[in-house]
Design a protein around this ligand. Structure first.
Ligand SMILES: CC(C)(COP(=O)(O)OP(=O)(O)OC[C@H]1O[C@@H](n2cnc3c(N)ncnc32)[C@H](O)[C@@H]1OP(=O)(O)O)[C@@H](O)C(=O)NCCC(=O)NCCS
Length: 186
């Protein structure tokens, strides 16, 4: 399989290198999302989540994230969130949203999803490598996420790339399912 191609990052080389080191990579392109991806993200959200979906206006806000005027310590303009999409062929088939709170050393993966027809090809793992690279680029030393305690696929995914559970939050989701909070040092 070919290596993934990455576009529109401030640190292309570093991200490509870390994905290559992560093991066999699918033939895909990972890039920053833009407002033109809204319809694709809404479709992915509808296919991948039965509840707790991010509504269209929320997705639109994530896609509209512009750098704020104030740069971080590393001189890179700060953005409160970054959204990556992964394409295979002509299709946008997955995304990851990364939250980057100001004055925090911790990044948070707010959501990640891959449409059913493109699963088990390593795309989510590739998105995670991209998300972690974005976090490092933004000066973060850890990355966190929440996962439903009944989401075995996602927990396997996160464990397979080094995320460790560290907290259990009762009734976290809309249907009162608990969340496992996981973390990975970067
Ligand atoms: C979870 C999800 C993002 C995984 O996407 P994916 O592109 O299929 O994942 P990958 O192909 O990168 O899988 C990487 C590893 O994760 C684990 N994994 C992924 N799906 C799995 C499944 N259904 N069962 C068991 N392990 C699974 C495996 O270890 C896999 O490696 P392998 O294929 O070499 O065995 C996808 O199933 C999805 O979008 N689900 C619905 C939305 C969701 O639950 N998002 C996460 C919210 S916390």
């Amino acid at each position: 399989m070919a290596d993934p191609v990455i576009r529109n990052s401030t640190n292309l080389q570093g991200i490509i290198q870390s994905i290559t080191q992560a093991g066999p990579a699918p033939s895909c392109i990972i890039r920053e999302a833009d407002p033109g991806d809204l319809a694709a993200l809404v479709a992915i959200e509808n296919q991948c989540f039965a509840i707790d979906r991010i509504a269209r206006p929320g997705l639109r806000r994530f896609l509209a994230q512009e750098p704020t005027s104030a740069p971080q310590g590393n001189g890179i303009p700060h953005r409160l969130s970054r959204t990556l999409v992964v394409e295979q062929g002509a299709d946008v088939c997955g995304y990851a949203i990364i939250l980057l709170r100001r004055n925090s050393l911790i990044a948070r993966i707010y959501s990640i999803a891959v449409i059913p027809e493109h699963r088990r090809m390593g795309l989510a793992r590739t998105l995670l490598v991209g998300a972690e690279s974005v976090a490092v680029e933004s000066g973060r030393s850890r990355i966190r996420l929440e996962v439903r305690e009944d989401n075995a696929a996602a927990m396997c995914l996160y464990s397979s790339v080094g995320y460790q559970p560290f907290a259990h939050i009762e009734q976290y989701y809309e249907d009162r399912t608990a969340a496992i909070r996981m973390e990975k040092p970067l």
